[in-house]
Design a binder for this molecule. Structure first.
Ligand code: A2P
Length: 256
């Protein structure tokens, strides 16, 4: 049976660049989700709902819901959504779904979360969930963007983790690894290149990927997902599902 679409209110909006912004909305008491899942959100446009898939970026214990969004100038939803103000109404489908959940992974020692662009959103939720640190000793979030300013959300999340009421004590288990591809920065290159060259591991002073102890989650563009999937499978990782947990899971980052 289809669950209802709720109307929630915007509590805050923060613009990072002319391509990226985050916002918070009220959370219906009945809305439950697992870190890494997504739902449909949107606006009433000419009397009809216009909805798109968005990952919840806030942790599952949080009182409100956070989303991290791209702004596409001619995108049907984001061209409008980017103008929301505090107090505005947003539509939210109360049916969270998705395969990017820790429960689809076997237990392991290290968790690698590979993201590009707005693909960081589901990991913003997972990295703020105490369960993540109970399941894994070491948690690595890689984030690659075209430009330095686009890394800012991830940089803030990392800084704020230390002050987080529930996860602050686990902050030493977490490592943020950022790179850019189209601008000067101290760390450059696609994550696929950084894995293949081994630079990711030498930079962090850790052993390379090993399916026996490592688990991975992937969220980026279709191409990025495909390339990391191939790279993991070459190293012996298998894709997990709710019914059959394994070594990695993936979800595409949603745009438009
Ligand atoms: P690049 O600048 O070399 O294309 P996008 O905004 O297009 O989704 O890209 C976000 C980031 O993901 C960019 O840094 C981009 O690098 C990188 N990227 C795009 N495609 C891939 C891929 N197939 N594998 C790894 N990284 C990718």
């Amino acid at each position: 049976m289809a669950k209802p679409t709720a109307t929630v209110q915007v509590q805050s909006v923060h613009h990072y660049t002319d391509r990226l912004f985050k916002f918070r909305v009220t959370r219906p008491r009945t809305f439950r989700f697992k870190g890494g899942q997504f739902t449909m959100i949107g606006l009433q446009v000419d009397g009809s709902p216009l909805m798109r898939a968005y990952s919840m970026a806030s942790p599952s214990w949080d009182e409100s819901l956070e989303f991290f969004s791209i702004k596409v100038p001619d995108g049907p939803l984001t061209s409008r959504l980017q103008h929301i103000k505090v107090g505005d109404d947003i539509l939210l489908s109360e049916k969270p779904v998705g395969s990017l959940v820790i429960s689809s992974l076997n237990r392991g020692k290290r968790l690698f979360m590979f993201s590009t662009g707005t693909g960081i959103a589901p990991f913003a939720s997972i990295m703020r969930d105490p369960l993540t640190y109970e399941r894994f000793d070491e948690v690595y979030l890689t984030h690659t963007c075209r430009l330095v300013d686009e890394l800012q959300y991830g940089v803030e999340l990392t800084t704020e983790l230390k002050e987080d009421p529930l996860c602050g004590e686990f902050a030493s288990q977490f490592t943020h690894y950022a790179s850019v591809t189209r601008e000067d920065y101290h760390r450059q290159g696609r994550i696929t290149t950084l894995i293949e060259s081994g630079k990711l591991f030498t930079d962090l002073g850790i052993p390379p990927l090993d399916p026996e102890h490592d688990r991975a989650m992937i969220c980026g563009s279709m191409e990025m997902n495909k390339d990391i999937k191939a790279l993991l499978e070459e190293r012996g990782f298998k894709e997990g599902a709710a019914s059959r947990p394994a070594e990695y899971v993936l979800e595409r980052a949603f745009v438009g």
